[in-house]
Design a protein. Structure first.
Lengths: 284, 187, 767
């Protein structure tokens, strides 16, 4: 039997109070694009839903000094409609444009997508490559700043405790990088990724810095740190890129499931990575 | 003992009050409590779009909204557009262009199209195609739906598209091959 | 003769109601005191039922009935879907309402519940206790054919039906061949994935008649439901709703028996609607097929012999599997004239969900095989694929592989040319790793039911005193305008404006029975029945008008609300005074007419010979794809469909069938993947079983040819199913053209292509 309750806090403080009060059963709810299907399939049976979708504290896309800051309850559509995001964070914008479908985008939130912790999380990949930080708060632990790189722990698991809410996500726009994002699914819309990839390269005479984030290819969305390290300072040469792709494949751990086999995902990753890099290098 | 809470939702400009459980969706409320069976249920998981309504003015899948989240808020179903010129144009265009076969996707499809045209009055055809990508249709293959929306868009921006009811040539059709290149992101 | 209404793309009468959200589909309907039904299903693919304990469920407050097989008056029926014709053991199947003694598939219905709310019904399900003894199951037809395989059905042998074609001598034919191509093709399930789920409401009328208001393509099932309840046929009435998508998935009985049983037991209205998960897990699907083909041809491209072996997965209850197999058998070599043909087709039971009707009904599967074979043959011969086909097309006067002489035109060459030419000049790819390819395929698909079923249909037309008209016809409307087109015919024939015509459809007691909305038969059958009724009425009108206008009947015409002289249109009588005069004179202002399809005999042996269908529709597809060699992804860029539709009574409706069928076929080819493991479907949601969104397909370009040679009204052919035949092999041929990879199984996933490309690259390295 389903045992759920619903609470609507008037402000952030009350939200935190509710979450603390109900501890393990607490579940922050905004877009509910994952919560309701989970209730429907029986995955979620016992919870206290704390509706944060209208909290002003969690809305807004701003510039704070060198950073761009998004409220966690920012919807994906709001990202797409934001001049700031479109102009200064095109990799995030691109991922938003491929997210689910236009109707779901009106409700799904950036924070919700991160907190759900899916290995295929669409928002995590661009935000990882932007090296975003997540600002979270709870009554017990106060405010914490967590680099997104350290945020995911396992499939459906993040470092958040049940009473912690994501307040904002912030990142530096990295205007001296060139980015490329791709999402590969079995269908062109409303598709769960088989593989998603974001690559950012700061190019001088050689590769000054490289960032690579992947989704749906490991138990968590991740940065390919060893591959990034390998590429740093290296010249742009075919052999280097081939070697980099080999290292990349060793950093991921795709599974075989109904969407694709492990072998295919490895081949695909290699192809998408090389394509991403070549695309970036041809952008002048 | 069920945990029931009263909720009041403005459905098509009328407040509807009913008890709901916390986990009930807006779709459940609309169909079972508000008598709004024009909002369809095709999957109950957000995968098909037949439950699409306007929620606070934006297209949304009602199976993905908690009824209690809609407390005091406005929901508009396909029956809530009387006198709305844009929707009437869309409905008329759908009817005349053969965009309706079994009709089950139609209410949701119309609402997604309506919301889209409000935001993007002069869309390219590929943008229309993208706008309805969250609404599945199993009958039409989408072409006539996109034709219908495109026609309304062209009419609104002043460029009259004179569409005959009967296509001009049939037997031994000398149709011009229409190229159609999809705008696909990434990959 | 100029037609005034026929040939026009006028909107359907049901379109506005659908646009306004006013149509009450099956699940939208409720009645006071209504209960909610739920099906309790087996959790094993094969097991003996040792005991069923429903006591806890029955005692749950709010539960009004729990039914198991022992409560069903006739739990097992021999399914006969003809109209009284004894169709023989090869075609019959067991229709079992609730599991009895054993379960044969995962999700088989074991019990039924009626409760005051859906939640209580669900809770009651959890309280039913069944003791199973799991048994080894068999999940693949090839395995199930082997001696010693677990027995799925009642026969010891799991082979439910076996059909053959023997024409000429294939050994001689292969000996004459210069080139032989062999291929092994495999296609999986396809789910109808209609957006409206299976649903209905049933109640017992005040005179003890069970009324079932249901989304169904076959309201004649009232007979089976009556037999299940051991009631006279006259005591069960189906009210068919406008259907939210059928495609063959609502052709067999879905919820109706359960509704009838629950309503009968509780004496309350009962609603039952499947969930999407339930629908995907258990409802009938398109047959998976294994197909082995061997095709031989001379170096000039004349095919001398075809040998085909077809094995389909009949699922755990035969349902329409033998019928589908028969279609595949007759269509096995495609629309080609081949002297020597040997076909052996088997449909084999397994412990998997039921496989039954789906648009195309066995034609798409073999079409995939024979049109892939054609291109492979062309390759081996070094011939252009269009040229090779041209050398072998069936022509008017040729006989099919069954020996039946096809006496109508076969414009395949024209269709293929038009489809191909419409693709225009070849495009070059702007990206080095993306290859562009084009593929051609043709198809044949029957319309009208198997002639040995002695198919008939009836329609009633009545003139009103004010010049409007009423039609009553039992035709179920799945959205293709099955009802609407009858109104167009009446408007044309009787001169009544379309907006003055009211049509009642789909009531098994109040409207004349029109037969199934399946087999692309309604325009042909109900259209002709309506036409017949109109012509009879028109004759009466002309007889009276001739008297009133002092002329002879031959000089009369009807249109725009009047009957007038062809030779002098200023002499006329308006419909209203004419009709009123006829009424005053005691003339009957209504006709109920019956139309009979050609009748043949039930195949007496396994070898299929002679006529099986009234007619075929022919079509061709020209398709362009882009294949990404690095990821294997296929983008469908252009789809051109060319069909001989006989006559397009409503071009917009005809195009709608072509565009929709093409996209459904594209989904079948590229993304619809029903993964099944040990008899249990692993993809029971629309997020896992993917059908095309608007972003996955281009605008289908339709080219209609009107040969006027169809058997339907005004020379129309059927167009409901045919568009799904041809597109899949066209896509496979295009992929082969693009990247030199011959995929032989569906769906073509990007993984399959990439792995094939990799393998052939490695193969080339090795060589």
């Amino acid at each position: 039997m389903i045992n759920c309750e619903y609470l609507k806090p008037v402000d952030l403080q009350e939200a935190l109070k509710f979450a603390s009060q109900f501890a393990d059963r607490a579940r922050f709810a905004a877009g509910c694009t994952n919560i309701l299907p989970d209730i429907h399939t029986g995955k979620l049976r016992d919870c206290v839903l704390i509706d944060i979708s209208d909290l002003k504290e969690l809305k807004g896309i701003n510039r704070e000094d060198d950073f761009i800051s998004l409220g966690s309850a920012t919807t994906v559509t709001e990202l797409l409609n934001s001049e700031i995001i479109r102009n200064e964070a095109p990799v995030l914008w691109e991922a938003a444009s491929r997210f689910a479908d236009p109707v779901v985008r009106n409700r799904a939130t950036v924070g919700g997508n991160l907190a759900y912790g899916s290995p295929a999380s669409d928002m995590s990949v661009p935000l990882l490559v932007l090296d975003a930080t997540v600002l979270v708060q709870s009554m017990e632990k106060g405010i914490r700043e967590i680099p997104l790189r350290n945020f995911f722990v396992g499939p459906g698991k993040t470092v958040l405790s049940p009473s912690e809410v994501i307040l904002r996500i912030k990142f530096e726009p990295l205007s001296d990088f060139k980015f490329y994002y791709t999402k590969f699914g079995k269908r062109n819309a409303m598709a769960i990724s088989i593989a998603s990839l974001a690559v950012g390269i700061k190019l001088g005479k050689a590769i000054e810095e490289a960032r690579i984030a992947l989704g749906a290819l490991a138990p968590i969305p991740l940065r390919a740190l060893r591959t990034e390290e390998f590429l740093t300072g290296k010249p742009v040469q075919t052999e280097i890129l081939e070697k980099a792709s080999e290292i990349l494949l060793s950093e991921i751990n795709p599974i075989s499931d109904i969407r694709g086999s492990k072998e295919y995902r490895l081949e695909l990753t290699r192809a998408l990575f090389l394509r991403a890099v070549n695309n970036i290098l041809s952008l002048k | 003992m069920k945990n029931l809470e009263m909720v009041t939702i403005i459905v098509n400009d009328r407040p509807v009050t009913a008890p709901v459980e916390a986990h009930e969706s807006l779709l459940d409320f609309l169909r079972n409590k508000a008598g709004a069976v024009e909002v369809k249920c095709g999957c109950n998981q957000g995968d098909c779009g037949t439950c699409t309504v306007l929620f606070q003015g934006k297209a949304a899948k009602s199976c993905l909204i908690l009824a209690l989240q809609a407390q005091g808020k406005e929901v508009r179903t396909i029956k809530g557009f009387s006198g709305d010129f844009l929707m009437e144009q869309l409905q008329e265009s759908f009817v005349r262009n053969g965009a309706i076969q079994c009709g089950f996707c139609t209410p949701g499809m119309l609402i997604s199209s309506y919301a889209f045209l409000q935001a993007t009055p002069q869309p390219a055809r590929e943008e229309i195609r993208n706008a309805i990508s969250g609404n599945l249709c199993r009958c039409t293959g989408y072409k006539k739906i996109i034709d219908a929306v495109e026609e309304v868009a062209l009419k609104r921006t002043g460029k009259q598209q004179d569409k005959q009811t009967t296509p001009s040539s049939f037997s031994e059709g000398q149709e011009e091959a229409k190229g159609n290149y999809l705008l696909l992101g990434g990959g | 003769m100029e037609l005034k209404v026929i040939g026009k793309g006028v909107p359907k009468y049901d379109a506005w109601g659908k646009a306004r959200g006013e149509v009450i589909y099956a699940d939208d309907f409720s009645m006071p005191g209504m209960l909610y039904g739920k099906v309790f299903r087996s959790s094993l693919p094969r097991a003996k039922i040792l005991s069923i304990d429903t006591s806890k469920a029955e005692n749950l407050p709010g539960v009004h009935a729990v039914i198991t097989h022992k409560d069903v008056p006739k739990n097992n029926l021999r399914a006969r879907f003809g109209q009284g014709t004894e169709i023989g053991a090869q075609f019959e199947g067991l229709y079992r309402v609730l599991a009895e003694g054993e379960v044969r598939y995962y999700g088989e219905p074991v019990a039924l519940i009626a409760a005051e709310t859906p939640e209580i019904a669900e809770k009651a399900c959890e309280l039913i206790e069944v003791q199973y003894e799991p048994l080894p199951g068999v999940f693949d037809p090839l395995e199930a054919m082997q001696p010693g395989a677990p027995q799925v059905g009642e026969k010891e042998n799991n082979i439910a039906s076996h059909f053959k074609i023997r024409k000429g001598d294939v050994e001689k034919g292969f000996a004459q061949a210069d080139v032989i191509v062999e291929g092994f093709y495999q296609v999986g399930y396809q789910d109808h994935a209609y957006l409206e789920l299976e649903s209905g409401v049933a109640w017992v009328d005040d005179d003890g008649t069970i009324v079932i208001r249901v989304s169904s393509q076959v309201i004649e099932h009232f007979r089976e439901v009556a037999e299940v309840l051991d009631l006279p046929h006259s005591r069960v009435r189906y009210i068919g709703t406008l259907i939210g998508g059928g495609f063959g998935g609502k052709e067999d009985i879905t919820v109706e028996s359960y509704l009838a049983l629950l309503a009968w037991k509780t004496r309350r209205p009962v609603k039952l609607t499947y969930t999407r998960k339930e629908s995907l897990l258990v409802h009938s699907k398109r047959h998976p097929y294994y197909m082995y083909y061997k095709t031989g041809a001379t170096k000039d491209g004349k095919i001398t012999a075809v040998h085909a072996k077809l094995i389909s997965d009949a699922g755990s209850y035969a349902a329409l599997s033998p019928w589908v197999l028969l279609y595949s058998t007759v269509d096995a070599i495609g629309p080609y004239n081949v002297e020597n043909v040997k076909v052996d087709a088997y449909t084999v039971m397994t412990n998997t969900p039921i496989t039954s009707a789906f648009r195309g009904f066995g034609a798409p599967q073999v079409n995939l095989a024979y049109e892939s074979q054609m291109n492979e043959l062309a390759k081996k011969l070094g011939m252009n694929p269009m040229e090779l086909r041209r050398k072998n097309y069936l022509k008017q006067g040729d006989s099919l592989a069954t020996g039946y002489v096809y006496d109508r035109p076969v414009p395949l060459d024209l269709l293929a040319q038009k489809a191909w030419e419409a693709l225009g000049p070849k495009r070059t790819s702007s990206k080095p790793q993306v290859k562009i390819g084009r593929g051609l395929a043709v198809g044949m698909c029957s319309y009208g039911r198997l002639t040995f079923l002695h198919d008939t249909s009836r329609s009633y037309v009545r003139l009103e005193l004010d010049g409007s008209a009423l039609i009553r016809c039992g035709v179920p409307d799945v959205g293709g305008g099955q009802g609407h087109i009858l109104a167009q015919i009446v408007s044309e024939e009787l001169g009544v404006p379309l907006n003055l015509i009211k049509i009642h459809v789909t009531d098994s007691q109040l409207t004349p029975l029109a037969g199934t909305t399946t087999a692309t038969r309604q325009l042909y059958m109900s259209g002709n029945a309506t036409l017949k009724a109109c012509r009879e009425l028109r004759q009466r009108m002309f007889r009276k008008a001739a008297q009133m206008l002092l002329t002879n009947e031959e000089d009369l015409e009807v249109g725009e609300g009047k009957v007038y002289l062809k030779s002098d249109p200023t002499r006329y009588i308006a419909l209203v005074p004419l009709i009123n005069r006829m009424s005053a004179d005691g003339d009957e202002l209504y006709v109920e007419a019956q139309f009979n399809a050609p009748f043949s005999d039930v195949p007496a042996k396994e070898i299929i010979e002679g006529r099986t269908f009234p007619d075929f529709t022919f079509g061709a597809y020209g398709v362009e794809v882009e294949v990404d060699e690095e990821t294997g992804k296929v983008e469908l860029k252009r789809v051109v469909a060319a069909f001989d539709v006989g006559r397009a009574l409503n071009p917009i409706l005809v195009e709608g069938q072509i565009e929709g069928g093409a996209v459904q076929g594209a989904g079948y080819a590229l993304m619809e993947d029903m993964v099944i493991k040990d008899g249990i479907i692993q993809t029971p949601s629309l997020q896992e079983y993917l059908i095309p969104t608007s972003m996955d397909v281009p605008d289908v370009e339709s080219i209609l040819i009107e040969s006027g040679t169809g058997l339907g009204p005004y020379g129309a052919k059927g167009i409901g199913e045919p568009p799904i035949v041809g597109i899949a092999p066209a896509i496979l041929n295009a992929i082969d053209d693009a990247v030199g990879v011959r995929i032989t199984s569906l769906p073509v996933t990007s993984e399959k292509i990439l792995m094939e490309l990799k393998a052939s690259k490695e193969g080339n390295k090795a060589a």
